[in-house]
Design a binder for this molecule. Structure first.
Ligand code: LRH
Ligand code: MN
Ligand code: MN
Length: 431
């Protein structure tokens, strides 16, 4: 039996912190009520919020230079589910897990589903992988996958995506995220238009295999591994392809997949306006696809993204339900601590955006009062909603202070015993 944090231990740790939290919460309630905001409604909103975990995020990440493995890392998808379960147990904000195939391939989908259910988890969108060669596959993706010139390579990549849909279906997922590394490293290497034509042809075959209630998410990325011309490089290409494919195809915005200083919140607004915003891979970055912890570099940008999401939800109501997922790589921190902190940062940005005085904002906009419009956003962004987030966790059975409780539980020490190091293992599961 693998170690789990005892709910009694959570209750004991919370009991120590509760009084302080209650007084912080009451103080914040007073501040918010002067602004006409009801703290109880906000706490309810925080409790209802969710962001899915990337299965690949619970192992230590790495760069193309090196990977420094952590102790007690998950050895397989079942260990990953245990770690995701612990993150959700303490934060109460991560009930979904996004799997990546073939990294998370298992022959026993039923057992995996049961393991997830035991932790109160379900499976969010599944991810295909045609940016690496899997052991034993017939053809290499060295020169592309869904866009490859060789029809047999394309057929293999399409078949893998359909396989992912079937696996995901057996697990209760409702979506497939497709990110490809296809593109060119040299001018002239590839016919740019031809590559996109082949992409669409391949995606049409994948789209045709989607169950009725499924979506396919097209994930764009500016560059890497193709450094000269990436086939699905930007939201415009993603939008055009999603439109060509049909209503079950949507665009997925990974925050790290844009040039530095790109106005990502405006991309979000555009995609929402035209009904093609499918979801997110949240992370943070300084230079590119850094995969740093959400909110660790630019929390204001995260807030502005959620401000657009708030606007879209107000306009479109229940119909607007983008999928929220984290996509991060943890190289120098304990992945569980990073994912807990990141999930809470995303929840924080969501709640700060809920605090925006929308009436005041539109009043200032109508009067072309740029300064006060900006201040209206800043007032919401500057509000420290930590007490609401902690109260939401507490009321949902989680930890008032997830990282402190996790450390006090010695979870990682237990896992170090249970999961001895296996030589050559990588975080994703592919050696
Ligand atoms: C590509 C990406 C994509 C992959 C994941 C591992 O950079 O963001 O989402 O599936 O990283
Ligand atoms: Mn991603
Ligand atoms: Mn990425």
């Amino acid at each position: 039996m693998s170690y789990r944090i005892d709910p009694q231990f959570i209750a004991e740790q919370n009991a120590r912190a509760h009084q302080q939290l209650q007084s912080d919460y009451e103080a914040l309630a007073g501040v918010l009520s002067r602004r006409g905001c009801d703290i109880e409604a906000l706490t309810g909103q925080a409790q209802a919020f969710a962001v899915a975990l990337p299965s690949w995020g619970v192992g230590t990440g790495g760069t193309r230079f090196a990977r420094f493995p952590g102790q007690g890392e998950p050895r397989n998808v079942f260990d990953k589910i245990d770690d995701c379960g612990t993150i959700h147990q303490l934060t109460r904000v991560t009930p979904g897990v996004s799997l990546h195939f073939p990294w998370d391939r298992t022959t026993d989908a039923r057992a995996l589903r049961e393991a997830a259910t035991q932790h109160g988890l379900h499976f969010d969108a599944v991810n295909s992988n045609t940016f690496q060669d899997a052991a034993g596959q017939a053809h290499s993706y060295k020169f592309g996958s869904l866009t490859a010139l060789d029809p047999e390579v394309r057929a293999q990549a399409v078949a893998h995506n359909i396989d992912c849909i079937e696996l995901g279906h057996a697990l209760g997922s409702k979506g497939l995220t497709v990110w490809i590394g296809d593109g060119a490293n040299f001018p002239g290497q590839s016919n740019l238009r031809g590559a996109l034509e082949r992409y669409l042809e391949s995606m049409r075959a994948i789209y045709a295999a989607l169950p009725a209630d499924w979506l396919v998410y097209i994930e764009h990325k500016l560059f890497e591994p193709a450094f000269y011309a990436t086939t699905i490089a930007d939201w415009g290409t993603s939008f055009a392809c999603a439109t060509e494919l049909g209503p079950k195809a949507k665009c997925l915005v990974d925050l790290g997949h844009h040039a530095p200083n790109t106005n990502i919140e405006m991309i979000v607004a555009r995609l929402a306006q035209f009904g093609k915003l499918g979801g997110f891979h949240f992370n943070d970055s300084k230079y590119g696809d850094d995969d740093l912890d959400s909110g660790s570099i630019n929390p204001f940008q995260l807030f502005l993204v959620f401000n657009e999401l708030r606007d879209a939800a107000q306009r479109d109501g229940q119909a607007f339900r983008p999928a929220y997922m984290l996509d991060q790589s943890h190289n120098v921190t304990d992945p569980i601590e990073s994912l807990m902190t990141s999930a809470v940062e995303v929840q924080r940005a969501y709640l700060q955006a809920a605090l925006v005085d929308t009436q005041a904002l539109s009043h200032h906009q109508k009067n072309n009062d740029a300064l006060m419009a900006a201040q209206t956003l800043k007032q919401a962004f500057r509000t420290d909603v930590s007490a609401i987030l902690a109260m939401a966790r507490y009321r949902s059975g989680g930890a008032i202070d997830p990282v402190a409780l996790y450390r006090a539980s010695a979870y990682r020490d237990h896992k170090r015993e249970e999961r001895p190091v296996v030589a050559g293992r990588s975080s994703s599961g592919i050696v």
